[in-house]
Design a protein around this ligand. Sequence first.
Ligand code: BTN
Length: 246
Amino acid sequence: LGQNMHFLESCPSTQIAAHQLAQEDAPDGTVVLTEEQTAGRGRMARRWHSAANKGIWMSVILRPDVPPQKAPQFTLVTAVAVVRAIEQVTGLKPEIKWPNDILLNGKKCTGILTELQSDADGIQALIIGIGLNVNQLREDFDPEVQDIATSLKMESGDDVDRKQLVSSILYFLEQYSDLYIAEGFGMLKLMWESYSSTIGRPVRARMAKETLEGMAEGITEDGVLQLRTPDGKLHGIYSADIEMTN
Ligand code: BTN
């Protein structure tokens, strides 16, 4: 990964730049990194605040030979890779909140957004966007996210070397996506669950059309959250916002 790196001083969104490169046949493992995004995007059509020079705003193009329904697992694989990198570089102990948020002390330091280019032949490209808050202080965040966001510097008290983090993320992402392709999700699912703050806890899942409350029991091989409601039914949650209810 990262043999083919594109650095942009500023751009609307590395996702947009990576989609474009993927359409122009950029090879598997191409990485787009920027210092500043003017229109960073998050899940569910939200904005992603991307302060200049303080974070890691990057998108990775992967071209795995797997069916499109396996795409969500790459989000989980990426989350494990980013957690390992944060641990390795800072010694902090992050947690994963299903499906793709990385938290420190209950506040979000990383978001992951996986998008797909596919056609009748299957996946053409996966565009994995990683937004990691590194050296921001509280006042660098937009007021509306100041209470729910954090950075590695705010949690560790030190400036963190962004180059070292990028290379560590790419190292683990390559290792784990190769492992996933070769052996499936088994080992990575165990790692994901061991870092998860969601599993084994009572949660509320807000979906587009309904909200369910119950116990988060685990994830399936496909990364679907298994939620047991008080009537004993097990629900598969594909996409939702999760809140802990205790
Ligand atoms: C989320 O909603 O939690 C996902 C946020 C993903 C943000 C990253 S920053 C790099 C890449 N470019 C974007 O515009 N978004 C992703």
